[in-house]
Write a protein that binds this ligand. Structure first.
Ligand code: KG4
Ligand code: ZN
Length: 357
């Protein structure tokens, strides 16, 4: 079965064709980063309009690259129905349903975080169920015990900012350009992770929940102190927290120390989750799973605790169409079909998902 996957939940237009026999046939991604850069963050209305502009040309390109020339060119269409930006989701959902109707093939709704969670299964030597998943994206930070497709038990989650959001907000505070997360991570590679001692929230309490919002404040205080020291005064300047005026070495040290605090917290809670669930496989997915320091720390934890750690390929850590085509295919194989109504859900807890019938 050939499945066309469509992802438009935020600022990436992703399209792919996954064949349940032959694997991934083609995928294309259009990133809106330059469009949103001048605003310092994603502007939902601009995101929707750009998905409208780019989606159909990408579908045509992917179908050509995948060699899908028949009529219908695919056997089904899968699309992200949530969670995400409602307008952006609607572009993907409306287009997907229209294509399915025109080709007279079934359509299926995909949960964006389920798609992230299953993305490592697209790789060679995929993990077997059950496993624990650490989902770390711009909107979510969750530890989930996964017994199969749709069989999810939430072990812990962030009670405030998601890990990616913490990277993005801290980067903004430091005056780094959008998209902040990866820029901060690159800067951190040149810094000393022990230069500043940032808090590791909730590590002193039992359980697998996270809290990242306090880290921002801690970084802001360090920035103010560093600026004051640089200005040779004891009084920190009032301002918006933008710190382009700090020396590059100080910026790199702040970035590295912040990143270390996030990484330590994610690794510690992942270990707890693995122990609590009695699993020896950890799947890490979502945009932050591309973080090199996180991968190194998880590798060490895995070696110490006899845990195998699995990732999607770098291209599929952040949003993409391949993970949507793959997740949709799993549900289609089990006979799942979406009704005719085009519905999207900006908020959609993954624990509401049920296994395919
Ligand atoms: O999964 P994703 O593409 O979109 C959502 O579903 O949210 O994740 C995007 C998030 C952003 O917050 C971005 O800053 C973060 O992932 N991110 C990173 C890195 N690459 C992307 N955070 C830390 N280190 C990175 N290398
Ligand atoms: Zn995502």
């Amino acid at each position: 079965m050939k499945v066309l996957g469509i992802e438009t939940s935020c600022d990436e237009t992703g399209v792919a064709v996954y064949d349940t026999g032959a694997g991934l046939l083609a995928h294309c991604l259009y990133s809106q980063i330059p469009l949103h850069a001048e605003y310092g963050g994603v502007v939902p209305e601009l995101a929707s309009r750009d998905h409208v502009r780019k989606l159909l040309p990408l579908v045509t390109e992917v179908l050509t690259r995948a060699g899908c020339a028949g009529n219908p060119p695919v056997d089904a269409v899968a699309y992200t129905a949530g969670p995400g930006l409602a307008g952006a989701l609607l572009v993907g959902a409306g287009t997907a349903r229209a294509l399915a109707l025109a080709w007279d093939v079934p359509a299926v709704e995909v949960h964006h975080m389920e798609a992230h969670l299953l993305a490592p299964l697209l790789e060679d030597n995929p993990p077997d169920f059950p496993f624990v998943a650490l989902l770390v994206s711009g909107g979510h930070t969750q530890l989930v015990d996964v017994e199969g497709v749709g069989r999810y038990r939430l072990l812990g989650e962030s009670i405030d900012d998601a890990a990616g959001e913490a990277f993005d907000k801290t980067a903004k505070l430091m005056g780094l350009p959008y998209p902040g997360g990866p820029v901060l991570a690159r800067l951190a590679e040149q810094g000393n992770p022990a230069a500043y001692s940032f808090p590791r929230p909730l590590l002193d309490r039992p359980g697998c929940d996270f809290s990242f919002s306090g880290l921002k404040t801690a970084v802001m205080l360090v920035i103010k102190a560093a600026r004051a020291a640089q200005a040779g005064t004891t009084q920190a300047r009032d301002g918006d927290g933008v710190s382009e005026d700090l020396p590059p070495a100080v910026m790199a040290d702040i970035a590295a120390s912040f990143q270390q605090a996030v990484v330590d917290t994610l690794v510690n809670k992942s270990r707890r989750a693995l122990e609590a669930a009695g699993r020896s496989d950890l799947v890490v997915a979502g945009g932050v799973s591309a973080n090199v320091a996180l991968r190194a720390a998880l590798r060490d934890m895995g070696a110490q605790c006899a845990v195998q750690v699995h990732y999607p390929r770098f291209d599929f850590c952040s949003d993409n169409g391949a993970m949507v085509a793959f997740a949709g295919a799993q549900r289609l194989l089990a006979g799942e079909r979406a009704g005719l109504a085009i519905q999207v859900r900006a908020r959609w807890p993954m624990t509401e998902l049920v296994p395919p019938a």
